[in-house]
Design a binder for this molecule. Structure first.
Ligand SMILES: Cc1cc2nc3c(=O)[nH]c(=O)nc-3n(C[C@H](O)[C@H](O)[C@H](O)COP(=O)(O)O)c2cc1C
Length: 209
């Protein structure tokens, strides 16, 4: 299956067969996440794989009782480790070493980032974490389609309760819960805005004909 087909076939799946998901498949999904791009290659994504029914029940409650959550054989809690951003200097070194960035990056870019990190607010790190982790999550979602699996992004939950249930430390934020399983439904495509509503030419709001 090519990327374009996976994009077209993907749906949010809210009905799952009870079939268990082999660990190799779960690892393949996380491997797709591992290959995602991230700002300064910070790779802040971390994943908690939940299979235990009691934990799933708790997560469902924390997600305002969205019922399909517990019925998924696996829930992947997709997290951002905000402390990863502190290691940008190591990541820049690795990028220079690999030939991805020029050597001058070290003296030009790193002091600028270091200065920014001294005054950065937690909410800015959360935004950066959300952006980076979202890309990794969508890699999982699309690879799941290719493996015949279904997922549904879930963002409507009580953050602090989910952190409590999964014993997630202070500096880590949960960006999404991803119920995962073999789909037991084949929904039609959901409505989308017309392309004219979201594509502009040169200036925002100028119609692209
Ligand atoms: C960031 C994000 C958060 C979402 N949160 C929820 C959620 O909490 N519960 C839910 O049932 N669906 C959730 N969804 C799924 C959307 O409802 C779904 O993507 C949208 O209706 C379009 O349907 P489709 O994904 O099948 O194309 C979320 C999707 C995204 C991307």
């Amino acid at each position: 299956m090519d990327v374009s087909e996976a994009i077209k076939r993907r749906r949010s799946i809210r009905k799952f067969k009870p079939d268990l998901i082999p660990d190799e498949k779960i690892k393949e999904l996380i491997e797709s996440a591992r290959l995602a791009p991230s700002g300064t290659n910070t790779q802040p994504w971390r994943f908690v794989i939940v299979k235990d029914d009691r934990t799933k029940k708790e997560l469902q409650k924390a997600a305002y009782n969205q019922r399909y959550i517990r019925r998924a054989p696996v829930i992947i809690a997709c997290c951002a480790d905000l402390s990863a951003f502190k290691e940008f200097s190591v990541r820049v070194d690795e990028l220079i070493e690999s030939g991805a960035l020029p050597v001058q990056t070290k003296e030009k870019f790193v002091p600028y980032l270091e200065k920014g990190m001294r005054t950065v607010k937690k909410e800015d790190l959360v935004t950066a974490g959300a952006t980076n982790v979202a890309i990794a999550v969508e890699h999982i979602v699309l690879r799941a389609v290719e493996l015949g699996l279904g997922t549904c992004w879930v963002r409507w939950y009580d953050d602090s309760r989910v952190k409590e249930i999964l014993e997630i430390p202070e500096f880590v934020e949960v960006m999404a819960l991803l119920p995962l399983g073999v789909p037991d439904e084949d929904p039609h495509p959901r409505p989308r805005l017309h392309i004219d509503k979201l594509m502009y030419l040169e200036k925002y709001g100028v119609g692209y004909i």
